[in-house]
Ligand binder design. Structure first.
Ligand code: FAD
Length: 389
């Protein structure tokens, strides 16, 4: 009897967790445009040099092969759920009985004129490397320099911390953070905003909350207030939007909308499609975080198998977990509900979460992953103790 075919589109936190949950009873094809699994929650550390790309990447082909499946490196152009067919931009076709969509989110400039062209996004390892290089080049030049971070959410605050870790002794560097909400990390407890501001006091640094950007040009960020800020480097960390593939494949109603799913992560449009991770919108939405994406990936895989067997689907029940927010080497915050604990010693806990989860994703059962793990731990420990200046 031929095995049921399951296709997974997107193989980062959600997609890879789904692949690792599916057994060899299924004929599984895992598709991603990039050859690397990327640990996105720490990409801000590429900016200071505390992490290198090799610390945050794992080869997808090996991880998928270890799970017993086939990896296809390709850009998915469309998913035809009714026909059970995926088409890639290279016109390859992959047929499926069930599909798990885990395409995450895309950087969003909200139509702000010039932002795509004149600001650097912070979504991938390559983005973090590009920002780190540009910053290092600027610091080698003479004269006063200005960096503008657009978006004072989690990503904006963490990248600010890394810039301060590496360059806070440079008096020629001015930094501005522009945030549309009333405070930094608007969804988090107000104590977090106050703690970050306390670390920034007395530095050449401005935090402009309740402020929106109208346009970005080569050397200036223009605000809706009519004012503008001179800039040598603009970092865009102002949010994410749904990938175009979701609406194009009719998994979402409109462009830039996330894919609505049931409590069991089944698409509200097609019974043979499950959506996991950042791309999904649950009836009661959960935070777009790596930890939830992994949990959702496992649940989507379980439910894809149940659907193929004609069994009842399992409800996705998020297991709440505190969030660790790093502010360079100045502080780390543990956010749990409405409470915040701040201590620079929590940096070790954040690093431990990273190392342990990487080891779960890439279990060191063979010599190569074991060497990679010990190398990652040794490099991280050395750089966290003595960051490059
Ligand atoms: C700077 C930053 C800091 C963060 N900090 C934290 C943190 O501290 N804690 C936390 O929990 N979370 C954090 N997050 C959020 C976390 O990274 C996301 O929630 C998580 O990556 C979502 O996982 P995912 O698998 O749903 O999607 P992603 O990780 O976005 O993966 C989607 C995958 O789909 C692939 N893909 C997309 N479209 C296609 C296509 N058409 N064809 C082929 N492949 C495709 C992509 O290549 C990618 O590999 C942070 C994110 C950023 C950017």
């Amino acid at each position: 009897m031929s095995r049921s075919r399951i296709a997974i589109v997107g193989a980062n936190f959600a997609g890879l967790s789904a692949a690792q949950r599916l057994g060899s009873r299924y004929d599984v094809t895992v598709i991603d445009r990039s050859p690397w699994f990327e640990w996105r929650p720490n990409i801000h550390e590429l900016v200071s040099g505390v992490k290198r790309p090799a610390d945050l990447r794992l080869p997808r082909s090996r991880l998928v092969a270890q799970a017993g499946h086939r990896f296809l490196r390709a850009e998915v152009a469309s998913i035809d759920a009714r026909a059970g067919r995926i088409t890639t931009t290279g016109d390859r076709q992959v047929e499926f009985d069930a599909c798990i969509v885990a395409v995450g989110g895309a950087s969003c400039t909200f139509g702000v004129a010039g932002a795509d062209r004149h600001a650097l996004p912070l979504k991938t390892v390559d983005d973090g490397v590009a920002i780190g290089r540009r910053l290092a080049a600027l610091m080698r030049e003479r004269g006063r320099k200005s960096v503008v971070i657009v978006g004072g959410g989690l990503e904006g605050v963490e990248v600010l911390g890394e810039i301060l870790r590496r360059y806070r002794d440079r008096e020629s560097l001015a930094i501005s953070v522009v945030e549309a909400g009333p405070r930094l990390m608007p969804g988090s407890p107000p104590a977090l905003d106050a703690s970050v501001r306390a670390h920034c006091a007395g530095r050449n640094l401005r935090i402009l909350t309740g402020t929106t950007v109208k346009s970005v040009t080569r050397g200036r960020v223009h605000l809706h207030s009519g004012k503008s800020i001179r800039t040598d480097l603009t970092i865009w960390s102002a949010g994410a939007t749904a990938p175009a593939l979701l609406a194009k494949s009719r998994l979402a109603d409109k462009p830039h909308h996330w894919a609505p799913v049931t409590k069991a992560l089944q698409s509200r449009r097609f019974d043979n499609v499950f959506v996991a991770g950042d791309a999904a919108t649950l009836p009661r939405p959960v935070a777009r975080q790596a930890y939830y994406a992994m949990q959702m990936g496992q649940c989507a895989a379980e439910n894809a198998m149940r659907a193929l067997a004609g069994r009842r689907l399992r409800e996705f029940i998020p297991e709440p977990k505190p969030m660790l927010v790093a502010f360079g080497d100045l502080d780390t915050f543990l956010v749990s509900g409405r409470s915040v604990i701040a201590s620079s010693t929590l940096a070790a806990a954040k690093e431990l979460v990273f190392q342990v989860t990487m080891a779960q994703i890439d279990p060191p059962v063979r010599v190569a992953p074991l060497l990679a793990l010990t190398g990652r731990v040794a490099r991280s420990a050395a750089r966290l103790q003595a960051p490059r200046r």
